[in-house]
Design a protein around this ligand. Structure first.
Ligand SMILES: Cc1ncc(COP(=O)(O)O)c(C=O)c1O
Length: 390
């Protein structure tokens, strides 16, 4: 799906590729910013051919291709990247591409709405889904069924406990069983982790989050290690269902990607600083952040993540659920809202969203660290925690 005709040099680092959208300049106007192509239909040549490569806007779009090319470069994806209307559209396409009766293994701790989809729609489609703690490789090994498991779905770091799954080891287990490994890398982003280079077959992102980074576009993406039959099936599903991202959202996403590396760097530094300070806070029982040595996934994270440990963490508030909700009620700088990965810091009581069957402790507040001054972020949480505890 990716048009690779750009001016990027092989020596350019991924930060440079992102900043310059692969060195794109418009061939006609020489504009340094790629254009926004809104057309839904394209002229057919008089001899009935479509030499431009474009026919209709549902299977394909030039702005979408431009943005896909950037993400493919960042993920080092040989098959390219495919943009979808949302992270959920991208993720569910991976399961819709399977056959009834296929066995799937998925992380027990994962984005709750996708877990719910697997338990309801996935079941209706005839998928046989086993959830297990994929950070425990013995559990994963026991969960796969050689010859029957077709997809292992891993989210790392995973919502909202930030458990870390060893991608290279999970890929080995999946491949030995004859399955593909797909990684939801939303909370790592290509700045911190490159799952395909670690052996994954598919990387998925909710591009709504840090890839776009400005909380103003819903988007999803898959990046593939191989242009094989499964990848073509994903393309057919996107085209057949009209799951493609809109051109304007693709344009916004490409603009967001230009600053991904500086945003992700600042957000990870702020998150690490905050996690360390909150670990010593009298009203915080526990900080869940893979950058802390006491986090159970720290050693694996230190090996498979680059440039820090990401922008997401959770805190468990002393005093339980009501103290957690009261803390969230008293913040003034943090925004009390769902979602994550934007430049503005967000706080959320996840238990209120995820419902009764969640593995999320009820005293947990999820924090998405933005680019504000870390001292301001800490001061606001500190005053909210103190106010909530009277
Ligand atoms: C880790 C993760 N994966 C997938 C999704 C779904 O993405 P979207 O909301 O873009 O459909 C989300 C959304 O919050 C998420 O946090």
């Amino acid at each position: 799906m990716t048009d690779t005709s750009r001016d990027a040099k092989p020596s350019w680092s991924r930060a440079t590729l992102a900043a310059q959208a692969l060195g794109h300049t418009d061939p006609v106007t020489k504009a340094v910013v790629p254009p926004l192509h809104l057309a839904t239909t394209y002229l057919r040549d008089p001899d009935n051919a479509y030499r431009s490569g474009f026919i209709y806007g549902r299977p394909d779009n030039a702005t979408v291709r431009d943005t896909e090319a950037v993400i493919a470069a960042l993920e080092e994806a040989s098959a390219g990247a495919m943009l979808f209307a949302s992270g959920s559209t991208a993720a569910t396409a991976c399961f819709l591409a399977l056959d009834p009766g296929d066995h799937v293994v998925a992380s027990a701790v994962m984005y709750w709405a996708l877990r719910k989809w697997l338990l309801t729609e996935g079941k209706r489609l005839g998928l046989d889904v086993t959830f297990c703690e994929t950070d425990d490789l013995r559990q994963l090994e026991a969960a796969v069924r050689p010859g029957r498991t077709k997809l292992v779905w891993v989210e790392t770091p995973s919502n909202p406990l930030w458990t870390i799954t060893d991608i290279a080891a999970a890929a080995g287990i999946a491949h030995r069983a004859g399955a593909r490994l797909a990684v939801d890398s939303t909370c790592a982003s290509p700045y911190h982790t490159r799952p395909l280079t670690l052996g994954a077959d598919i990387v998925m992102h909710s591009a709504t989050k840090i890839l776009n980074g400005h909380s103003d576009a819903i988007a999803g993406v898959l990046a593939g290690a191989r242009d094989d039959e499964y990848w073509q099936r994903l393309a057919a599903i996107r085209s057949g269902q009209g799951g493609i991202i809109g051109p304007f959202e693709a344009y916004l996403l490409q603009r967001g990607l230009k600053t991904l590396f500086v945003r992700a760097s600042a957000q990870a530094r702020a998150a690490q600083d905050l996690a360390e300070r909150l670990s010593a806070h009298p009203h915080v029982a526990r900080v869940l952040y893979p950058g802390l040595p006491q986090h159970p996934g720290h050693a694996v994270a230190a090996r498979q993540m680059e440039n820090g440990f990401g922008y997401m963490m959770s805190i468990q508030v002393r005093g339980g659920e009501q103290a957690a909700i009261a803390t969230a009620a008293r913040v003034e700088l943090w925004k009390r809202a769902t979602s994550l990965g934007g430049v503005e810091s967000l706080i959320e009581h996840r238990g209120s969203i995820e419902g009764p069957d969640t593995p999320c402790p009820l005293d947990l507040l999820r924090l998405s660290t933005g680019i504000e001054n870390p001292d301001d972020l800490h001061a606001d949480l500190d005053q909210a925690l103190r106010a909530a505890h009277g």
